[in-house]
Write a protein of this length. Structure first.
Length: 309
């Protein structure tokens, strides 16, 4: 398969520091994540009361811009390294680095940079610097393994594999997709398009574990298969790829309900979400490999349980 865009695999703890703060702030997103409410409560206890109160009212809307800056930063060997670079980079240089990719850039870049820097410095001090080292080591290992996939898979297939079902279609404008492993947002991928570049922070569910846990992948699959409407959606997609509107007509549910179902199916790896140059899904298709994957996971789960008896 010929791809019109290239793949770049990135790893820096700075990415994970940013995504972990994003997860902490956004309640709506967190309910779908494996970390859940317990993590929020435990993390809150690690923060000074004044900082926790400040974050409770925070609406930090510059995640995608900071991810782009990490990708372009010459200094990102550590979180402290990146934050020092960010503190000293002139606002004019930030503008120059973002201009090729971001259509609308605020005029108060200096203020945005200073505010983001203040949040990230305190977040790193009180929370992120205390994250288990094995988690970050797992993410770095995933980045190395993903780079090796390029030797045997096309760019589109590689993205599909590491994201568990995101299919980024080739367009004339898209030049590069940056793949970044992340833990805090698992099982969700964070995908954004910026003109000729797309950034995809893909989930590493088993980060920090000595051995993969088959139930982490098996449970979402079986939960999806236990729902009649989701089974109907799978049957529709087995016949042909469909848009959200087409699926809505087939299963006779509200569009918001269908969207909830396809999101669950995609995160479980049962279907693909196809993107054509924007972060809005263009259409969905069946990810048939799950039919073969399911019994493998079930067998692995049963055998792992037996070893602990």
């Amino acid at each position: 398969m010929n791809d019109n865009y290239s793949i770049k695999v990135e790893w820096s703890a700075a990415y994970e520091c940013i995504i972990s703060l994003y997860v902490y702030i956004y309640e709506k997103e967190r309910k779908h994540l494996q970390l859940g409410a317990v993590w929020k409560e435990e993390t809150t206890r690690m923060l000074p009361d004044s900082f926790a109160a400040e974050l409770a009212d925070e609406r930090w809307e510059v995640l995608h811009r900071l991810v782009l800056l990490v990708a372009q930063s010459p200094r990102k060997a550590s979180v402290a390294d990146f934050l020092e670079w960010l503190e000293n980079v002139p606002p004019g240089e930030i503008y120059e680095r973002l201009a090729p990719w971001v259509e609308t850039i605020p005029l108060n870049l200096g203020e945005i940079r200073d505010h983001s820097l203040s949040l990230l410095k305190r977040w790193n001090e009180h929370y992120f610097s205390k994250v288990e080292p094995s988690i970050l080591e797992s993410l770095e290992k995933s980045a190395r393994e993903t780079e090796k996939l390029a030797q045997s898979l096309s760019a589109i297939e590689m993205i599909d594999q590491v994201t568990n079902g995101i299919w980024i279609e080739s367009t004339g404008e898209l030049q590069e997709v940056v793949l970044i492993p992340q833990y805090h947002c698992a099982p969700t991928s964070v995908l954004d398009f910026h003109r000729g570049i797309a950034t995809c922070l893909y989930p590493v569910r088993d980060a920090g574990r000595m051995q993969p846990d088959p139930i982490a992948e098996l449970l979402p699959m079986t939960q999806c298969l236990a729902d009649e409407k989701r089974l109907q959606i799978l049957r529709c997609l087995a016949a042909k790829p469909c848009t959200l509107g087409e699926l809505q007509k087939q299963v006779s549910l509200a569009k918001s309900t269908v969207h909830h179902h396809v999101t669950a199916l995609r995160r479980a790896g049962l279907i693909r979400a196809h993107y054509t140059g924007s972060s809005t899904v263009a259409f969905y298709s069946l990810r048939e490999m799950f039919v073969d994957r399911l019994p493998v996971l079930l067998r692995a789960f049963l055998e792992s349980e037996g070893k602990h008896q």
